[in-house]
Design a protein around this ligand. Structure first.
Ligand code: LLP
Length: 393
């Protein structure tokens, strides 16, 4: 949609609004599926990135699986068209109730992050008279060179089983009568744009597979998690992430054994660019040395800038021209970290203008809160609105 169409769509609407470009979402998804399909790879959408029903339905209708991190996500996946056999369930801290629900549902696999978790799942499966498919999540001790708060694959990290404990699992696995060990799982971090990081992961997995082979173990599946980054700066060229290079990196570097199925869990790369947070300017004011633009969206709608120092591109959709001014764009919440951008150049901006905060489809709306008793942002899907663009002049 063009800027003026978006502005027009916002005319009689309360802000802030999360707007989703459903055509871009479908396009992105089709490209990801086609790229992965060349090598027979299987995708599970990491629904923690965005669990809106319409987005989940878009994913399930195209046959991708779901990667869930809570019982409620498993439930939402089922309600939105994913089949139990296409669901994987991850997380370092699954509750008994969540495990029971997933066992009753008959999901494809649990991604297990500790030996104790394996024991408990085995025990509960035995009590219920079922078998549980599991992947063992290993921590491969690889630096993803991404933001500290979203790296997960370094040795001293709560995620996965430290490599050293794999032997203990191998010794004990025969005791786990109600467990079917399907494969290994890895996830080393998020917003990774350097393919060398994934190459390193592949080399590490190759070594582990060699060791397993020496012990006579051949696993039917491998899951390498998610983590593929997007371009938050260059929106035109980076509208759709380079899935080709990503999957090709695995194809070139990972030695799959005969019949072994490779799984991925992309989140951000599938949905981030389809979302735009639209907000209205409430006030402008001059500080001592800065010009502030106060908007009606806040860290309760989009936490990433406050939490990670993430930079999202911002544009003033209401004005294309006007003197360029350097602004600090801030929200109304009573926290000094409620700032979207410190030095953003916008045309001279005024009360009532509509600002677009881009690339917010992933980890945006789903990380919102009601702090300060704020209302949640409205949701608008591009395929549910009709905008008759007024003729200029
Ligand atoms: N699989 C596992 C086991 C994960 O932990 C994650 C993300 C994914 C898949 C999906 O990763 P993606 O493809 O989206 O990078 N809130 C943060 C990101 C946290 C990611 C957590 N795990 C942010 O806003 O950047």
């Amino acid at each position: 949609m063009e800027n003026r169409e978006l502005v027009q769509m916002m005319e009689n609407r309360e802000t802030p609004v999360y707007f989703y470009d459903m055509a871009l979402l479908a396009d992105t998804l089709d490209k990801a599926i086609a790229s992965a399909g060349q090598y027979g790879y299987r995708l599970h959408y990491a629904m923690k990135a965005n669990h809106n029903g319409k987005i989940l339905q878009t994913m399930s209708s195209r046959g991708v699986g779901a990667d869930c991190v809570s019982g409620n996500e498993v439930k939402a996946a089922l309600e939105n068209g994913f089949l139990p056999g296409d669901i994987v369930f991850a997380g370092v801290g699954k509750t008994d109730r969540e495990i029971k629900f997933a066992l009753e549902t008959g999901i494809f696999a649990f991604n297990c992050e500790s030996l104790q978790e394996v024991e408990i799942i085995n025990q509960m499966a035995e009590e219920m008279g079922v078998r549980a498919g599991i992947f063992l999540r290993l921590n491969p001790d690889i630096d993803a060179y991404t933001h500290d708060k979203i790296t997960t694959g370094r040795a001293e990290n709560k995620f996965g089983l430290p490599m050293g404990q794999m032997q203990s699992f191998l010794h004990r696995r025969k005791d786990f009568n109600n467990i079917e060990w399907l494969g290994l799982h890895f996830h080393i971090g998020s917003q990774i744009t350097d393919m060398v990081v994934f190459e390193n992961l592949c080399q590490r997995i190759n070594k582990i597979q060699d060791l397993l082979e020496d012990s006579g173990i051949l696993l039917p599946h491998l899951n390498v998690g998610g983590g593929l980054g997007i371009d938050y700066e260059n929106l035109e060229t980076g509208r759709i992430t380079d899935f080709e290079s990503y999957f090709e990196t695995f194809h070139r570097n990972l030695k799959l054994r005969a019949g072994q199925q490779l799984h991925f869990e992309p989140g951000r790369s599938l949905v981030a660019q389809s979302g735009i947070l639209l907000s209205r300017v409430l006030f402008t004011k001059a500080g001592l040395e800065k010009q502030f633009v106060i908007i009606d969206a806040s860290m309760t709608d989009l936490l990433r800038p406050a939490l990670y120092g993430a930079v999202h591109k911002i544009e003033n959709l209401s004005r294309q021209e006007g003197n360029s001014t350097v602004y600090e764009v801030a929200g109304p919440v009573c926290e000094s970290s409620d700032v979207f951008a410190k030095n953003v150049v916008l045309p001279q901006t005024g009360r009532g203008d509509i600002l677009a905060i881009y690339s917010t489809g992933a980890y945006g709306q789903v990380m919102s809160s009601t702090y300060n008793m704020r209302n949640p942002a409205e949701t608008v899907y591009s395929d549910e609105i009709k905008v008759a663009v007024k003729k200029a002049g």
